[in-house]
Write a protein that binds this ligand. Structure first.
Ligand SMILES: [Zn+2]
Ligand SMILES: [Zn+2]
Length: 247
């Protein structure tokens, strides 16, 4: 099992990541990837980009070093109602929207409250993936979350960085993976790289997928075709337009 797209990568625009778009694309090519999603943190993150950063991503070439660049964000979920720190005019122009809880923008609640926030974010029509729901800083009712993701036709992330920087994630990720398999959900397996040499590095996350017996067809980013179809089905302009032949 090998990914062909890394759908969660940060550049220097995040303020606490260390590689440029150029370096990320080169590393992705070297790692054998065909696609990478640039998903810098939303504006609430200290040192993060201004919203206008996301409005100007069209300045990037469609491909760099042969790697397709998706315009994305890792938006911060701000409250229990699932509100995000990036406005609709920006979200609707992006190719992929990740949403997650971060300590800088959302103080942990109890499991019911954290789950409310994630489930509410899943109802936002622009959100495609909920990231690092296995983070033990935020206890979550994983079954409720998985069922909500399945109902919304959206993906949950198994985040490789979590195994290194979010201690205690492994148990939660494994539990979530079991639930995803049981309920027929969809996952992404992502690096959450904050430096170019980590792009495409998803070994620990893939282990969890294999251990849980999630079928390859349920891992979105094993195939760029599957990513394109998923995002087209979600009405993302770039891919929906492509299907109509107008891109
Ligand atoms: Zn970060
Ligand atoms: Zn994150």
């Amino acid at each position: 099992m090998k990914i062909t797209a890394d759908l969660h990568v940060h550049t220097i625009a995040s303020g606490h990541a260390y590689s440029t778009v150029e370096e990320i694309a080169r590393a992705a090519a070297l790692a054998g990837l065909q696609m990478v999603a640039l998903t810098d943190h939303g504006p609430c993150m200290p040192g993060g980009p201004h919203a206008y950063h996301f409005g100007n991503l069209r300045m990037l070439p469609p491909k760099l070093h042969g790697v397709e660049l998706l315009h994305g964000v890792e938006a911060n979920i701000m409250d229990k109602e699932g509100r995000l720190d990036l406005g609709e005019p920006y979200l609707r122009r992006l190719d992929i929207v990740l949403a997650g809880l971060h300590i800088q923008c959302f103080s942990p609640l109890d499991a019911a409250g954290n789950t409310d926030a994630l489930v509410a974010a899943l109802k936002n029509p622009y959100v495609d993936v909920v990231v690092h729901p296995g983070n033990p800083e935020y206890p979550v009712d994983l079954e409720r979350l998985v069922l909500a993701a399945v109902a919304a036709g959206k993906a949950l992330e198994i985040n490789n960085s979590s195994f290194l920087v979010r201690r205690g994630s492994a148990v939660n990720c494994r539990m979530m993976a079991d639930l995803v398999r049981r309920h027929g959900g969809l996952v992404t397996v992502s690096s959450d790289a904050h430096i170019a040499c980590d792009v495409g590095r998803v070994d620990r996350a893939l282990e969890v997928v294999l251990e849980a017996g999630i079928p390859p067809s349920a891992v979105l980013n094993l195939s760029v075709e599957r990513v394109r179809n998923f995002l087209a089905g979600r009405g993302k302009r770039r891919f929906a337009g492509e299907q109509e032949g107008s891109y």
